[in-house]
Design a protein around this ligand. Structure first.
Ligand SMILES: O=C(O)CCC(=O)c1ccccc1C(=O)O
Ligand SMILES: [Mg+2]
Length: 326
């Protein structure tokens, strides 16, 4: 039987952002399969750009790559120091992104985890942090001051709002602390990504293909922002991750490793040969053909999940048409 929509569900190997399973759809077009996997706590118009990204992947030519491979970071969830060091050592990556400021944990846990990651990487590796907006400006300034001896490349979304990020940057500059700030949620969820550049709220822009409406939309946004870009995942299957690699490959400048090494956080995949990280890099050629390699028999979701996703897709398609003025 020919499928034009598939619903899938994969368990995660580690709890991440409170999530233990990922699910979504694959939509088929003339170029192959596009992934549509908005998080379950997202709703309404916020799902529209995710759908535009899936349609682009299914129907459009990919932009011409500027490089053959893309460096990636290993992502370290809010685990204990031994586990964190093992994740880094096993990854083969020379850049690690460490989750900090996890709910229910304190600064001592962050310090232990980041210290363990720094020693696992050695002095030549790069360590970046992601607080997912959890710190106040005061807490962020204090934590960054106490972690900077570990040579932190940047801190991603230390505080929730764009104005707080801008205030933190000014405060760090006044104190002579030159740790860079990256904006993630302030770009993909604020409704106004360019405000980050206007308010000089970040040194680095984290771009994610699905929430920002696709690869072309991200290339255009990167140009308007004028900031160095880190392409990162939304915990997709290899099909969605491949679109991120295609974006990273097409950016004129790629000064940092990307957050696209998350397939190891999922148990299983939707293709028989998942996107592979070798020596901390993903091959662009592998990503360019991934949308043609889906194995429908790996898309395991029950009829109730499939029905729920078809309903979500119908509602989001209607919102997309309204937005397009049809
Ligand atoms: O950037 C990475 O290393 C992996 C992706 C990641 O951290 C992430 C994945 C899903 C949702 C949010 C985030 C995040 O950057 O906060
Ligand atoms: Mg982030």
């Amino acid at each position: 039987m020919e499928h034009h929509e598939l619903t899938w569900r994969l368990d995660m190997s580690l709890r991440f952002r409170g999530i233990t399973t990922r699910e979504g759809m694959l939509l088929r077009g003339r170029r192959g399969w596009g992934e549509w996997s908005p998080f379950l706590d997202y709703d309404g118009p916020e799902l529209v750009p995710w759908l535009a990204a899936a349609h682009e992947a299914a129907e459009e030519d990919w932009p011409t790559p500027c490089r053959d491979s893309v460096p990636v970071n290993v992502t370290v969830p809010a685990v204990g120091p031994e586990r964190a060091a093992a994740i880094v050592a096993d990854s083969g990556c020379r850049t690690a992104k460490v989750k900090v400021a996890e709910a229910g944990q304190g600064f001592a846990e962050d310090l232990d985890r980041v210290t363990a990651v720094r020693s696992a990487l050695g002095p030549h590796g790069a360590v970046r942090l992601d607080a997912n907006g959890a710190w106040t400006v005061e807490q962020a300034a204090e934590a960054i001051g106490r972690l900077r001896h570990l040579d932190v490349e940047y801190v991603e979304q230390p505080c929730r709002s764009v104005t707080e990020l801008a205030e933190l940057r000014r405060r760090l500059a006044r104190h002579g602390i030159d740790v860079a700030i990256a904006a993630d949620e302030s770009i993909r969820r604020s409704g106004d990504p360019e405000r980050v550049a206007e308010l000089e709220a970040a040194d680095v822009a984290v771009l994610k293909v699905q929430p920002l409406g696709g690869v072309r939309a991200c290339l255009e946004l990167a140009e308007r922002l004028g900031l160095p870009v880190v392409v990162s995942s939304a915990l997709e299957s290899s099909v969605g991750l491949a679109a991120g690699v295609v974006l990273a490959a097409a950016l004129p400048r790629l000064p940092f490793a990307c957050g696209l090494n998350t397939s190891a956080l999922l148990i299983g995949d939707l293709v028989s040969e998942p996107l592979a990280t070798v020596d901390g890099r993903i091959e662009v050629q592998q990503a360019l053909v991934m949308r043609e390699k889906v194995d429908p028999s790996l898309c395991l979701a029950g009829p109730a999940d499939a029905e729920r996703w078809r309903h979500r897709l119908g509602a989001t398609s209607r919102l997309s048409r309204i937005g397009a003025g049809q």
